[in-house]
Design a protein around this ligand. Structure first.
Ligand SMILES: [Ca+2]
Length: 334
């Protein structure tokens, strides 16, 4: 593949923390990080695709599948940083995500949650401090968020201007800038949804992260809505072992409970947010962005001269099949 530059990534440079709302494609992001030996030290959970109790249980099951030793799961934020439209209506939103993801976020697949994976469930009053201590312990950290940004925004607030001592790179899956989104209110003029789900959950948190001073790499819905495979491709995926059988089952189950009914292909949103900033950094361009927190367009990304400088992924359609190929390779499915 010549379409991307592939710098040699050495896990000794930084350790990786994943912040997830597992969630089918969060599961793929965790497995991809483990396969690529990216130095995954901790997986933090969040509300999002389901309530945090469910996303934590799912995450423990997926971390157990990776076979990683010493990679605890930390039960994170149960709700957004601010009360807002989504939060007030959150149970309905979770129900709608449940329609998409099968009730528990994993298309109805129940994974064993063995005691070999340590689970940290801090009291709410100590949650941020305990997470900050773990970040310090594993610094320098590349922190990747594939759910709402709430946990990371809390860390930004906790560390203040010192955050760069501990977190040296941030990658986010989220946002819709130049295309219609997949969440939130619809534009009455054309019926399109304004926002992407992760940033819609907590756009306030996204803005806190954008301005924290650490380089932020955004893989938005503008890219990932194109990173899809149809069921015909899913049926050809190789499943050689426990991990790849799980992924294949997950993708097939997605088509059975949602994709075929709604004419949707399987999206590789979250694994792209792990892979692209590391292996295709040349495809990111600096933009000044903010997430909209006013009612009109709530959760949508906007380019503005007052926005924070971030690195935003954009690529031509001709690159898309190559990226999908690389993701399938990294997941050992080709
Ligand atoms: Ca997710």
């Amino acid at each position: 593949m010549t379409f991307v530059s592939k710098p040699l990534y050495t896990s000794c440079v930084t350790n990786l923390i994943l912040d997830v709302d597992t969630g089918e494609d969060d599961a793929l992001a965790i497995l991809l990080a483990a396969n690529l030996k990216l130095g995954l030290k901790l997986v933090v959970t969040s509300y999002g695709n389901s309530v945090v109790e469910n996303t934590t249980r799912n995450t423990v099951g997926v971390v157990a599948l990776t076979g990683l030793k010493d990679c605890p799961v930390f039960k994170g934020a149960p709700r957004p940083s601010h009360k807002h439209l989504h939060f007030l209506d959150s149970e309905k939103e979770w129900e709608s995500a449940e329609d998409f993801l099968g009730g528990d976020g994993l298309c109805g697949i129940v994974l064993p949650t063995p005691s070999s994976v340590p689970v940290i469930t801090p009291p709410e009053s100590e949650r941020v401090e305990q997470l900050a201590e773990l970040v310090k312990r594993h610094a320098p950290i590349h922190y990747v968020v594939t759910g709402p940004c709430t946990n990371l925004a809390e860390l930004c607030s906790y560390f203040g201007s010192d955050i760069g001592k501990y977190i040296t790179k941030i990658s986010l899956m989220g946002g819709a800038l130049n295309i219609a989104g997949n969440s939130g209110p619809r534009d009455p003029r054309n019926g399109n949804q304004f926002a992407e789900f992760n940033f819609y959950c907590d756009p306030y948190a996204a803005n806190e992260v954008f301005k924290c001073g650490v380089p932020v790499y955004i893989v938005a819905w503008d890219t990932t809505f194109r990173l899809t495979i149809p069921i015909s491709k899913a049926m050809t995926l190789k499943a050689r072992d426990k991990k790849t059988r799980f992924i294949r089952n997950l993708i097939i189950r997605f088509f059975k409970i949602y994709g075929l009914k709604h004419n949707r292909e399987f999206e590789f949103n979250d694994p792209a947010a792990v892979w692209l900033p590391l292996f295709a950094p040349a495809q990111f361009k600096e933009r000044r962005l903010e997430a909209i927190t006013t009612a009109n367009g709530f959760g949508r990304l906007k380019e503005t001269s007052n926005g924070s400088p971030v690195f935003f992924h954009s690529c031509k359609n001709e690159h898309i099949q190559g990226i999908i190929h690389e993701l399938l390779e990294a997941l050992h499915l080709n």
